[in-house]
Ligand binder design. Structure first.
Ligand code: ATP
Length: 319
């Protein structure tokens, strides 16, 4: 089945709506190179898509409108509902690519917390591309959508692809990896987000001060890939790594305690997810994840805890 036929008119409901899901990601390993002249850092990361899903529903409309429900709608820094929302830009890009008017009402229902290091905005953009392709009948190829996704943001191609993948470049150049077994995690979600650019800036500051390695030595992703493929849990626990963890802790010292709470509560290992502040705690199986979540929820270290598993598929139509 081709990508475009997967998004055919069969997915348009009676009320004219199309719905897609897309997953959050955890960077099981994340090596950040030195700052490049173009202002970006080269990355080498192993992405894992996990079962925390946002839902994007698109309907016929006049012009574009975006509404957001669920996680990230309250607080001092709510998810934007204008052109700053990545789904808005996804719609404009797809419309321009396909030569169709950018007409749609886009409803984003978030379970992925915003600015949490889980690439929620990227997941929404990937889901919007898939849903709008079906709504507008643009019949974009998977390659087209991936190219548009890369223009929207470093993590958006992975939101489309899902599963497990190595990301290079800014993270947008993907090499899919086959991983048959499931991994169980507890995500510890903090109150308040961390700005990704601020975490990178803090990494540069720590490197300039010689407080962390300078990023020129790029570790092989092989140990983490081998562990993801076949385990055991202790091997994956030993291979978890994130260069953004030190700067995230530097900006949010409470993260150190949160990581310790996760391992004290029985996690095989715990790391900051992406730019944080979410803590991803690896459990040795599903039962262990449920027990770990119960302990962590009782301790009140996190605003909320979520039990997830992965790999799961990338953005796809539902219904
Ligand atoms: P990044 O993907 O930049 O690493 P992240 O995963 O930590 O960041 P996101 O949830 O993607 O965080 O949100 C980062 C910022 O992007 C938010 O603070 C918000 O202002 C903006 N944003 C734009 N569109 C969305 C969206 N659909 N959902 C959440 N945030 C969005």
């Amino acid at each position: 089945m081709s990508w475009s036929s997967a998004g055919g008119p069969g997915h348009i409901r009676g009320d004219g709506a199309v719905t897609a899901h897309a997953p959050a990601k955890v960077n099981v390993s994340l090596a950040v190179g030195p700052l490049r002249e173009d202002g970006f850092h080269g990355l080498q990361t192993v992405y894992l898509a996990v079962s925390l899903l946002d839902t994007v529903t698109v309907r016929p409309g006049e012009g574009l409108s975006v509404s957001v429900t669920g996680e990230g709608t309250g607080g001092p820094d709510p998810v934007p509902t204008d052109r700053r929302n990545l789904v808005w830009r996804a719609a404009e890009l797809l419309a321009e690519h396909a030569g169709v008017p950018a007409d749609a009402a886009i409803a984003v229902d978030k379970t992925i917390p915003a600015a949490a290091g889980l690439a929620g905005g990227s997941a929404d953009a990937a889901a919007a591309l898939v849903a709008l392709d079906a709504l507008w009948g643009t019949r974009a190829t998977r390659g087209d959508l991936t190219e548009l996704a890369a223009r929207l943001g470093s993590d958006v191609p992975f939101g489309l692809a899902g599963g497990v993948a190595i990301g290079t470049g800014r993270g947008e150049q993907l090499t899919p990896v086959l991983a048959r077994r499931q991994w169980h995690w507890v995500l510890g979600i903090a109150d308040g987000g961390l700005s990704t650019p601020a975490v990178y800036a803090e990494l540069d500051r720590l490197r300039a001060a010689g407080r962390v390695p300078d990023g020129t030595a790029v570790p092989s992703p092989e140990p983490v890939l081998a562990a993801l493929r076949s385990g055991p849990t202790a091997a994956l626990a030993a291979a978890l790594a994130n260069d953004l963890q030190a700067p995230a802790i530097s900006l949010r010292p409470a993260l150190r305690r949160a990581l310790r709470a996760a391992t004290d509560a029985g996690a095989a290992a715990a790391l900051v997810s992406g730019s944080g502040p979410t803590v991803a705690a690896l459990a040795d199986g599903e039962d262990a994840a449920l027990r770990l979540a119960a302990v962590l929820a009782g301790e009140g270290v996190f605003r909320t805890v979520r039990v997830v598993h992965g790999p799961v598929p990338g953005a796809r139509l539902v219904g």
